[in-house]
Ligand binder design. Structure first.
Ligand SMILES: [Cu+2]
Length: 471
């Protein structure tokens, strides 16, 4: 993670007092902060504040924080809404809409009490607006196009100004043609750090943020289908899918906070291995301590943010993933019939004479899919993938790892590689004698009906995989 991009705005040009959420005049345009763009999908190091009040900055998974400039005591940011090319995983690029070169847009970090001015330039082919989800602000700054402001037409720049009144975790997204613009990836995170010590906000060693988002992109194509309501095929964190999602790295015994916002159209039970966490905050603010209890999974509803905290006191590579198993897979066809237990070797041989690249799917489960070299179109990745130190991880979508190491340096976010397990601490194959399996004596008698023997002739209809019909 090289810090090659960071350039602070230091020259505080004389910006004409900006009119509340209204179009900027030509005079003021000349003094707009130059937008900072990011083209790489890497996790950028935390942006340590060079001006303003100090705080412990967050790390945006496969993302970055937007630099600002100080102008007469006001923090000025410049967001540019525009079409972007997002690498969702190595070898797979999507044509999305986002901000400043990426989807999601950069994280905005400020401190409670900061006066904030955000310039929003619209380079999209249609109008937009920005809603600051969860913030206390004047109604006219709420960013609801038509209701609290006219929409920002293509080519125009608007200004939002407010005081970051409440510390916490917020999101931003358009409130104009939302269905299209959020399906295309327009969203970002906003963190307002507390000024000084806060009774309900702990000081942590590492503070990660990511957004849950979902896309429907046909294998081999580049642009999401915006009409999809339920049947998404790419479940992503910050518009990345496993194995394209970076690991969350911690030094042993670090206190770690993970802030997760959900801007998809379904809930995601986020599950952590090896540790218990507590939910210490929502987008409504920090939770009272009496409401906190240990969890290993927390469900994040649509339009919600959950802030998880834990002490990373167990070394290893611990999975962190959505517990909906279809959300840890990449593009696939849901219309494929279940073939487990069906022996159709003879049939496959006959079909192969007609269709040379025909492959039988899933007669021993779907794990074969991860190994198979089934022909797939360009610009897509297999539905279950990722190589770990012991073989295929058979995951995709909303999956990553928390890598806890005792020798990870403070403030070092670089991937330490695979965990090397102390000898004798991994599951191993039993090679001794196996006792005979003893079945329960009552089986097949009394109230337990005997297991039915399948009828001899099973008729199966086999569909050729790979058409990815409605998915
Ligand atoms: Cu999920």
């Amino acid at each position: 993670m090289k810090n090659s991009r960071r350039d602070f705005f230091l020259g505080a040009g004389a910006v004409t007092a900006a009119v509340a959420a209204s179009s900027v005049s030509r005079v003021a345009m000349a003094a707009l902060p130059e937008p900072v763009l990011q083209s790489k999908p890497d996790t950028m190091p935390p942006l340590v504040p060079a001006t303003g009040r100090l705080y412990n900055p967050v790390v945006t998974l496969n993302g970055w924080t937007l630099p600002w400039r100080m102008n007469n005591g006001v923090k000025e940011f410049h967001l540019v809404a525009e079409p972007v090319v997002r690498e969702m995983a190595p070898g797979f690029k999507a044509h999305l809409w986002g901000y400043n070169g990426q989807s999601p847009g950069p994280t905005i970090e400020v401190v409670e009490g900061d006066r904030v001015r955000i310039f929003v330039t619209n380079k999209l082919p249609e109008h937009t607006s920005v809603h600051w989800h969860g913030q206390r602000l004047p109604n006219g700054m709420d960013g609801v196009s038509g209701l609290t402001q006219p929409s920002i037409k293509p080519g125009k720049t608007f200004v939002y100004e407010f005081v970051a009144r409440r510390p916490g975790t917020f999101m931003y997204h358009p409130h104009a043609d939302e269905m299209t613009q959020m399906a295309m990836g327009m969203m970002g995170f906003w963190v307002t750090h507390p000024k000084g010590k806060h009774p309900l906000i702990a000081e942590v060693d590492r503070d990660y943020v990511f957004l849950l988002n979902a896309y429907d992109i046909d294998p081999g194509s580049y642009t999401p289908k915006i009409m999809t309501m339920l049947d998404f095929n790419l479940w992503s964190w910050n518009s990345r899918i496993f194995p394209g999602i970076d690991a969350l790295v911690a030094r042993k015994n670090d206190r770690v906070r993970i802030r997760v916002g959900n801007l998809t159209m379904t809930n995601h039970p986020i599950h952590m291995h090896g540790h218990e966490f507590t939910v210490t905050g929502t987008d409504g603010g920090p939770t009272p301590p009496a409401s906190r209890w240990p969890e290993v999974t927390t469900d994040i509803g649509v339009g919600q943010m959950r802030q998880l905290e834990f002490v990373a006191d167990e070394e290893g590579d611990w999975s962190l993933h959505c517990h909906k198993s279809h959300h840890t897979m990449n593009a696939m066809g849901h219309t494929v019939p279940t073939m487990i237990g069906v022996d159709h070797r003879g049939l496959a041989k006959q079909i192969t004479q007609l269709i040379p690249d025909y492959m039988v799917m899933g007669e021993r489960g779907m794990a074969d899919m991860a190994e198979m070299e089934m022909p797939i179109p360009d610009n897509t990745i297999p539905m279950m993938t990722g190589q770990g130190p012991f073989g295929g991880v058979e995951m995709g979508g909303m999956f990553s790892m928390i890598k806890v190491r005792k020798d990870q340096k403070r403030g070092d976010y670089s991937d330490p590689g695979w965990y090397s397990h102390p000898p004798g601490t991994t599951a191993f194959e039993w090679t001794g004698a196996l006792p005979d399996v003893v079945h329960f004596k009552g089986e097949g008698k009394g109230s337990m009906p005997a297991q039915r023997v399948p009828a001899k002739d099973i008729e199966v209809q086999i569909r050729k995989p790979g058409t990815h019909g409605n998915h």
